[in-house]
Design a protein. Structure first.
Length: 339
């Protein structure tokens, strides 16, 4: 009987079947412990396509999914400005919640939400998928074991192969901070296990022409001071011609640990004048393919009360806060206190 309960599938409604929603829908539908019941998506063409591919039912609006008591969890992958509201509604309906980053776009709203959720017992997992990457998770384990001693510096390199479409760049001014580096700020807090106290950021624009007509920031750095005294540096770009560049290095009193880039294969060709490898994985969909699946594993564990080890709504709030203040720092040219 107990075994039957444990093995019961978790019934999920996915909200938003766009770029990342479609990927989540396919992973959810394949997952042994999940039954994907609804795909909620205002675009009928997209909604039907993803629902048909996953055996779910398409809904144009979330209300029916929220009212359905068989739906135990909602999986929110709609645009950022809908997240706070969808989380609030799901909490009121007593559902477990997965929500893509960012937890919201307005700090005041997010702070109200965080205080409203204080007594909420169901898990809320925020989609910081990089935490579920096996290499990054191993790096964190090594840091926590004390093998590299007291941590002094963390360096995070995070470069995309190409910028998002010009319309997206235009709609998200300064987005390199709150859309992409938000992941790096989360990684910094997660690896160090402490809070950032100050951020100093710089940003510039190098891509022009059709790809970036408004000269939005496409290269940025951020330096974080933290409560432990460790310093973290993030280097981000929207144009790494050699592929998706994702590295973390932690330097301590007894040594250093690195989580290195992943190539398309791990084959090396040794010649007289050079040693060659295959290019890097292209972007987050392939580099973090396994992490998106492990994210679902962890969510299932959280819903079953087996783990509390996941990025929660507070982590979502903190990473957003650092991102927003980093953007202010880049614009003003001055460090910003995060206390
Ligand atoms: N963790 C990651 O690796 C990762 C990667 C990409 C995107 N994201 C995040 O995921 C979110 C979605 O990004 P995207 O690139 O998939 O965007 P997208 O625009 O491709 O998809 C969003 C979808 O949500 C739908 N939508 C809009 N309003 C809705 C509503 N009220 N109810 C239900 N659906 C609604 C849109 O029609 C669209 O199809 C963003 O917050 C983004 O930052 C995270």
């Amino acid at each position: 009987m107990v075994e039957e309960m444990t093995n019961q599938k978790i019934t999920v409604a996915l909200i938003g079947a766009g770029f990342i929603g479609e990927l989540h829908a396919k992973n959810l539908a394949r997952h042994a412990d999940v039954a994907l019941k609804y795909v909620v998506e205002p675009s009928e063409a997209l909604g039907r396509k993803v629902a048909d591919a996953t055996g779910a039912r398409w809904l144009s609006d979330a209300a029916e999914a929220y009212e359905d008591s068989s739906v135990e969890a909602v999986w929110i992958a709609s645009p950022a400005n809908t997240h706070t509201d969808f989380i609030r509604r799901a909490a009121k309906a007593g559902k477990a919640i997965f929500c893509e980053k960012p937890v919201g776009m307005n700090m005041e709203d997010v702070d109200v939400l965080v205080s409203e959720l204080r007594e909420y017992k169901q898990p809320i997992l925020i989609g910081f998928n990089r935490r579920f990457d096996a290499s990054h998770a191993r790096l964190k384990e090594i840091v926590e074991s004390g093998a590299i001693g007291e941590v002094e510096m963390v360096s995070i390199t995070s470069r995309d192969p190409n910028p998002p479409p010009p319309a997206y760049m235009k709609a998200t001014p300064g987005g390199i901070f709150y859309d992409t580096m938000i992941h790096d700020f989360d990684i910094a807090r997660w690896v160090l296990g402490v809070e950032a106290t100050e951020v100093y950021a710089t940003a510039s624009s190098h891509i022009n022409g059709e790809l970036n007509p408004d000269r939005e920031y496409d290269a940025a750095t951020a330096t974080l001071k933290t409560t432990s005294g460790a310093v973290c540096q993030v280097s981000a770009s929207r144009r790494a011609v050699y592929g998706y560049d994702q590295r973390i290095e932690v330097f301590g009193s007894k040594g250093m640990v690195q989580s290195q880039n992943h190539g398309k294969t791990n084959v090396k060709v040794y010649g007289a004048d050079a040693i060659r490898t295959d290019p890097l994985k292209n972007f987050f969909i392939d580099r973090y393919a396994d992490a998106y699946v492990r994210e679902i594993d962890q969510f299932v564990g959280a819903v079953r009360g087996e783990t509390t080890n996941f990025p929660n709504v507070w982590d979502g709030r903190q990473a957003l806060h650092i991102s927003m203040e980093a953007l202010k720092s880049a614009r003003s040219g001055s460090p910003v206190s995060l206390k």
